[in-house]
Structure formats: C-alpha cells, structure tokens
Design a protein around this ligand. Structure first.
Ligand code: ARG
Length: 209
C-alpha cells in the first residue's frame, strides 16, 4: 500500500509500478510530479520511502464513468512486497479489507497521517443498485459496505486497494477505491473498480509502460 502526493492511495503492482484510480490522475504521459510514499503507516515517519513518478497510464476509454484504474511507473523500484491482483471473479465475494490515509468521516477534508484499515462485506450489484441505480457500472464496478453504514472508505482513500486472501492464503487485490455518495451512510455502499474485470488490460498496460 502506498500514498500518493495528490492525496490518493495505491498498491504496488510491480516493484516499479503502482496501481491506483484514474480519477486521481490528470491524464496519461510522462509525469514526474507525483511523490509515492511507501513502507510506512505514518506518513511523517523518517523511515518513509519516497519515490517520484516517471510516467502515468490512465485506463483506455476512461471518461469518469467506470474504468477507474491507472498505472504509475516509478523513477526507481521500491523494495517492498507487491500485491497480486484478482484475475477471475471468484474472489468478488466475502469480506474485504480497505485501507487508506483518507478522511475518517464525511466532510472532514483532512485525511490522516496514520494509515487506517477496516473490514467491509461484499454487496451484490442488485443490492447496490437499490441506491445507485444505473449509476453503477455493474461489470466494471464492485460494491462493499455495511447496510447499517458507519464504516467505509472516504475522500483521500481513492486509488487504494480493497483486498482479501485467496484460497492459498495470499493477499489478493479485488478492488480500487473509486467513489460513493457521501461516506459510510446507511444503505449506501462504497463503489470500487472491479479489478478482475480489468486484470488482462492492467497486465498489458504495465508491460507497455
Ligand atoms: N472519490 C473518493 C476519493 O477521491 C473516494 C470516495 C469513496 N467513497 C466511499 N463512500 N466509499 O478519495
């Protein structure tokens, strides 16, 4: 899990490639303006590893509706474990971990310097659509959250990973924090990019970065 200087999260997909949300990026191309912070929970820790971006690739066809993923090529590799992404839909169920340095409540607008995490259950598209209707791009997005609200990702968490363990007990990324109406409202799940749907696109884009 990494922090991005514009106020988003991300995950190390390769030692020198970060997977994040397209809506955190200003577009594709050479970009040396992003500072990626890795290796720490506390962003102010002196142990923080800071690496600059080199290039950004936003999902082909991204227009603000679905396809909310992007890759950042780093100026140098980070010697930390990478997070495997889901390549099939089989892990799009169960309970997920979400994490980030974003707001701890709706409207806070401050974020946190210490990484926070929480658990949220999968929410079926059919149920998620009770609130979002056709604003949910069901094939490209995955919902998670408690019906009663109270626990969610929020502004500043975008781009960060939603993950669980696979059958072999290894962490696997199933989602990317994308959007939601407010944060942690009852009956309003968080919406995440459905990573498995884009796994081959992501692999191809990473190989071409
Ligand atoms: N779009 C937000 C960001 O840029 C993430 C919002 C997630 N919202 C939610 N209710 N789960 O940080």
């Amino acid at each position: 899990m990494v922090h991005l200087s514009m106020g988003c999260g991300g995950a190390l997909y390769k030692k020198d490639v970060v997977l994040t949300a397209a809506h955190c990026m200003s577009g594709s191309g050479n970009n040396t303006s992003i500072t990626v912070t890795a290796g720490v929970n506390d962003l102010n820790s002196s142990a923080a590893i800071k690496v600059k971006s080199k290039k950004v690739k936003v999902a082909p066809g991204y227009n603000g509706n679905g396809k909310d993923w992007a890759l950042i090529k780093l100026a140098r590799p980070i010697d930390k474990p990478t997070l495997k992404i889901a390549t099939t839909a089989q892990y799009n169920r169960g309970t997920f971990t979400i994490a980030g340095w974003g707001d701890t409540e709706e409207g806070a607008n401050t974020g946190t310097t210490k990484l926070r995490k929480a658990s949220v259950p999968f929410v079926a598209d059919r149920v998620c659509k009770r609130h979002y209707g056709n604003r949910l791009v069901s094939k490209e997005e995955l919902c998670a959250g408690w019906q009663s609200g109270g626990i969610d990702t929020c502004q500043g968490d975008s781009g960060g990973p939603m993950f669980r363990k696979d059958d072999a007990g290894k962490f696997i990324q199933v989602g990317i924090v994308s959007w939601g109406d407010g944060c942690a409202r009852a009956g309003v799940p968080g919406v995440y990019t459905e990573v498995s749907h884009f796994a081959s696109d992501i692999a191809r884009a990473a190989a071409a970065l």
